[in-house]
Ligand binder design. Sequence first.
Ligand SMILES: Cc1cc2nc3c(=O)[nH]c(=O)nc-3n(C[C@H](O)[C@H](O)[C@H](O)COP(=O)(O)O)c2cc1C
Ligand code: SF4
Length: 493
Amino acid sequence: MTDKRIKHSIPDVRWPTEAEAAASLWFSPTHVGRLPVEQRTWVPAMVPWRATEDGFVTPEVLDWYARFAEGRPGVLVVEATGIRDIASGPLLRIGDDRFIPGLRQLVETVRERSDGHTRLFIQILDFLTVRRRPEPATFFARYLGISARLRERLARALADERWLIAAEPDVRARLAGAERPLVETVLDERELESLDYGYRERVWDTHWPWIRDLPRVLPALFAEAARRARDAGFDGVELHYAHAYTMASFLSRLNDRADDYGGSRENRVRLPREALAAVRQRVGHDYVVGIRYLGDDVVAGGSRIDDATFYGVEFAAAGADYLSVSKGGRFEDARQPKIGEAVYPYTGVSGYECMPTVLGDERGPFGRNVPLAAAIRHAVREAGHRTPIVTSGGIHSFEQAEGILRRGEADFVAAARQTLADPDWFRKIRLGLGHDVRRCQFTNYCEGLDQRHKQVTCKLWDREVAPGEDGIRMAADGKRRLGPPAWRPPAAS
Ligand SMILES: Cc1cc2nc3c(=O)[nH]c(=O)nc-3n(C[C@H](O)[C@H](O)[C@H](O)COP(=O)(O)O)c2cc1C
Ligand code: SF4
């Protein structure tokens, strides 16, 4: 994106008749691996912040997926779910067998509410530590390490050698009271980042043993999580290798680890491949294992489409059952958070590219990422693999999705926000009722809620309560309904 000046309107579209929809590619059956799928419609992962504080499925989580299931997409992917058994706030977790019963209930709910029409996958992820932006006083008093190098810089800046041996509390107090230029002179780049944005780990911080050891621990963690997904009854598992998280960072050109897992493309893809192999070995060859990853990191120095096509061919050759292509969503260009908040990877240009809005450059948000999927598909086909490619980003209409499939740019067309705006939209279109679709405005109210880790809803329906409507589940703030009003087809179908 170059600038952010043009406000695009939601295009007028022609919706198909029931017969046209029945004859379309988007609503035609296909396979993922050996798994038959009824349609090429797809709902990609969306975190709604509805799990318990310790990562369990709640009635609100069940409702969220039940509502998507009623629209009967071909594939529904459950939100990013943590593979480690560590506190992660209200993010779903799959890092221990105690999470399986709740996840099994989720599988049963989707099966029942989609009447068996929808295939259900779960996205599994690992992420590194990101702390909230600290109060400067707390940072200087507690978090900043007082090293010999820091003392040297302070002594030099103040032309006073006493700082080389001064008591640590005095060094801390001096820096806490220092003017900004002195702070910038004394702190190194990472220390300044920790002060201004909050402490954040990188996969190339190999001076930390737990980061150095990631290649040793991650394949088994992914494999066990995938085994739990299979035990819970999911139709497949999606390895989250996209956006700001651990595996995307291994794949990124920014990864300059000096061991076998950084530097060259071949090294950067090694751990993601090893994790895929471990998962495959654990769940068997007849179970769907897909990958979501970036067609372009967007941030300076990050991976580009030539890296992504290379990775696509590698993953296909290693037996991935599908490749779901996303874009951006990185920490490196994220906006500075407020004190007490954590940096959020969808606030910079790379965030815009991940979830583009109507306020943008001349290209607009609609289908913006399709060329990346098309290039990856082309490379994967050239290499002799039939691996399906999923595209997403600004998909809002039947015509658009059908065109993408007809031109061979992707094999599945996914929609996140349009499906949040109207979970029934696939079913409405399939029944020739496209004119009833509640159309996403692509202004990212939902993403704003996600950013604050508030229960995600859509502005088009979260205040709409019909007179007499009861039993509505409301958000914790008491102001918003958590799911859209029910919709039933006019006649039984
Ligand atoms: C509220 C919200 C939560 C999201 N959570 C995830 C996630 O857990 N994993 C993921 O890969 N993408 C996530 N995304 C990104 C979407 O899957 C999708 O790639 C993006 O919204 C662009 O597609 P769209 O234009 O159809 O919305 C999320 C998007 C939204 C709006
Ligand atoms: S809140 Fe806005 S961007 Fe999000 S789904 Fe609803 S209409 Fe679309």
